[in-house]
Design a protein around this ligand. Structure first.
Ligand SMILES: [Fe+2]
Length: 354
């Protein structure tokens, strides 16, 4: 309750500041601009912000619309992939127009963090998001989570024929039978978790086996469709592709069963989507408020009730009740700050997967 009333207060303050800013802007149009006036317009609470967004665009748009409605703060969204945008932020350095960066997976956040480009997250965000969904460094926060899953053809495979571990998929009996989208940030995050849990040699071996065994598709939905169409028996993807399709017509998932590896297996990896405020942002207040909103009750409820089917991680909001609860997934413990995208790219390139 305390947080909510503070938000409302901030919202009103933000609106008042915006109104002030437009008066100054009008004055500027009249030709009486002064340095004091323009710096007040650019630096006050409630400034518009720019979000570099690698999360699904419909999810972020839902967050942005609700945030702007509550605070009056306008948000410009630039859409891209995890590593495309992290590389862009690093190239732009402290000239980046980005105030906030949102990703699908953690490795791109770690990359920006390692370049020292994030401000610290606020105390409110830390309160709202349990430590297990934040990196140990407090430079960014989890905003949502997604589970690795083996989506399989239930017309062909019975439970006893399913792999016990994701590591099994590298063995010869799985040759030609499974799919993945190796170029995507989702799959690379799973490999980064394997690297952290099993080490470099085991991961390199697994990738070699994967190269022998798997069929490449571009995108997780395409990989799931291939399973559904009987082209392969299973695919390593994230859980929400299935639930999203089921919520529409279900036509691309009617033959699909969902196998969660559980048992702290690398294949039970729960990937944390990240959000951070850029240290170079000239709109620190608005940017921090946006992250507080996304990880707050209202933002997390959008995950619970919307069509993204990703897991909420903050403010005690439960998952959509169609999902297997996060606590039952027996995910391995991985510090997202340790996920190493550069090493993953190197190992996957060596294995001929990229
Ligand atoms: Fe995705």
């Amino acid at each position: 309750m305390k947080t909510l009333s503070m938000k409302n207060k901030f919202g009103r303050t933000a609106l008042a500041a915006l109104a002030g800013a437009s008066v100054l802007a009008l004055a500027a149009c009249g030709g009486s601009t002064t340095p004091a006036a323009s710096s007040a317009a650019a630096g006050g609470a409630g400034d518009a912000i720019t979000v570099y967004n690698a999360q699904h665009d419909t999810l972020t748009q839902a967050w942005v619309d609700a945030f702007t409605k509550e605070t009056g703060i306008k948000v410009t969204v630039r859409q891209g992939d995890d590593l495309e945008l992290s590389n862009q932020i690093i190239a732009e350095g402290d000239k980046s127009p980005a105030d906030v960066f949102l990703t699908e997976n953690s490795p791109a956040m770690t990359q920006v963090e390692n370049a020292n480009l994030f401000a610290d997250i606020s105390a409110t965000v830390k309160d709202q998001v349990p430590a297990q969904y934040r990196p140990s460094t407090d430079k960014w926060t989890g905003i949502a989570a997604r589970s690795t899953v083996f989506a399989y053809d239930k017309t062909k495979l019975t439970e006893d024929k399913l792999p016990k571990s994701i590591m099994d998929l590298a063995s010869p009996e799985w040759k030609g039978r499974w799919a993945a989208s190796p170029s995507g940030a989702d799959f690379q995050a799973i490999v980064s978790a394997m690297l952290e849990l099993k080490g470099e040699a085991a991961t390199a071996d697994w990738l070699k086996g994967m190269k022998e065994n798997f069929k490449a598709y571009k995108g997780n939905s395409t990989a799931m469709k291939a399973v559904n169409a009987g082209e392969v028996e299973g695919a390593v993807i994230y859980h929400y592709y299935y639930f999203g399709d089921q919520a529409k017509t279900g036509e691309n998932s009617k033959n699909i069963g969902m196998h969660y590896f559980k048992n702290q297996d690398p294949g039970a990896f729960v990937s944390v989507s990240g959000g951070g405020v850029l240290a170079s942002s000239k709109h620190q207040d608005s940017a921090a408020k946006f992250l507080e909103f996304v990880t707050g009750k209202a933002g997390q409820t959008i995950l619970q009730t919307g069509t993204s089917f990703e897991y909420p991680v903050g403010s005690d909001v439960a998952a959509n009740d169609k999902l297997v609860p996060l606590a039952e997934l027996q995910a391995p413990t991985v510090d997202s700050a340790k996920l190493n995208s550069a090493k993953v790219t190197e190992l996957m390139t060596q294995a001929g997967l990229l």
